[in-house]
Design a protein around this ligand. Structure first.
Ligand code: ADP
Ligand code: MG
Length: 238
């Protein structure tokens, strides 16, 4: 059964069309990657799914619910960006607990949930540290924990690893995939890094100029690119 449906999504900024009739169907627990060069419309799709930008036309359903007119806060959609945007004056634990405090969950339950989440992202020993005392990779783990603790229906990740150096990025890719499977979380990752997409995804949507050039498993896209563009972008030259 399809968990997230995107139908005929169209977006114009002024007179320029940045998304042309995008269709996507995503299953519960899938790890989806939107892969494509800078400017092809990846972030715009995420922003529309999150409710931060309105579509010009088209529909989005999440878990059977039409998102038209639903405020971002009511969508149960989590987001992680390239810049960490942690609260600098809060400890790791307080940053992660933030969403649950807003929900007015009882403190004992919050404590328990935060401890579990810190274990999942391997930050238990940093619970009382402040963001400035952490590495970039650790800060991004906190951002991930903070987004996941409220148990969103889908987590949107916009180039979350792009600012990190190669070795840390590889480690976090593997960890992200593990966390996704452990929580059976539906995730949509945006990246321009084909290696990252190949390593991490159940399915990839390759984008080009506001359109989906091809979608499929990493293997299918790698071995059977449908166009010159996909072949070149994936790095497979026939
Ligand atoms: P990507 O994330 O793939 O790099 P974006 O979704 O950010 O691409 O942008 C797609 C296109 O839409 C780009 O040409 C970009 O310049 C344009 N765009 C994005 N946001 C706006 C905006 N708020 N106003 C005008 N044009 C925008
Ligand atoms: Mg972008």
């Amino acid at each position: 059964m399809t968990y997230i449906t995107i139908e005929g999504l169209h977006k114009k900024f002024g007179t320029s069309t940045v998304l042309h009739e995008i269709d996507m169907q995503i299953n519960k627990g899938e790890f989806i990657t939107l892969l494509g060069p800078s400017g092809c419309g990846k972030s715009t799709i995420l922003r529309i799914v999150a409710g931060l930008t309105d579509a010009s036309s088209g529909k989005i359903h999440i878990d059977g619910q039409d998102m038209t007119g639903i405020q971002p806060k009511e969508r149960q959609v989590g987001m992680v960006f390239q810049s960490y945007a942690l609260f600098p004056n809060m400890t790791v634990k307080e940053n992660v607990a933030f969403g649950l405090r807003m929900q007015k969950m009882n403190p004992t339950e919050i404590e328990k949930r935060v401890e579990e989440m810190l274990a999942i992202v391997h930050l238990t020993e940093k619970a009382d540290a402040y963001p400035k005392e952490l590495s970039g990779g650790q800060q991004q783990r906190v951002a991930l924990a903070r987004a996941l603790i409220v148990r969103p229906k889908v987590l949107l990740l916009d180039e979350p690893l792009s600012a990190l150096d190669a070795q840390i990025r590889k480690k976090l890719q593997a960890d992200l995939r593990m966390i996704q499977q452990q929580l059976d979380m539906t995730m949509i990752l945006v990246t321009h890094d084909q290696e990252e997409a190949m390593a991490i995804s159940d399915r990839i949507f390759v984008m080009h100029n506001g359109r989906i050039a091809q979608s499929g498993t990493p293997t299918a896209i790698y071995t059977k690119p449908k166009s010159e563009f996909v072949a070149q972008f994936i790095g497979h030259y026939n």
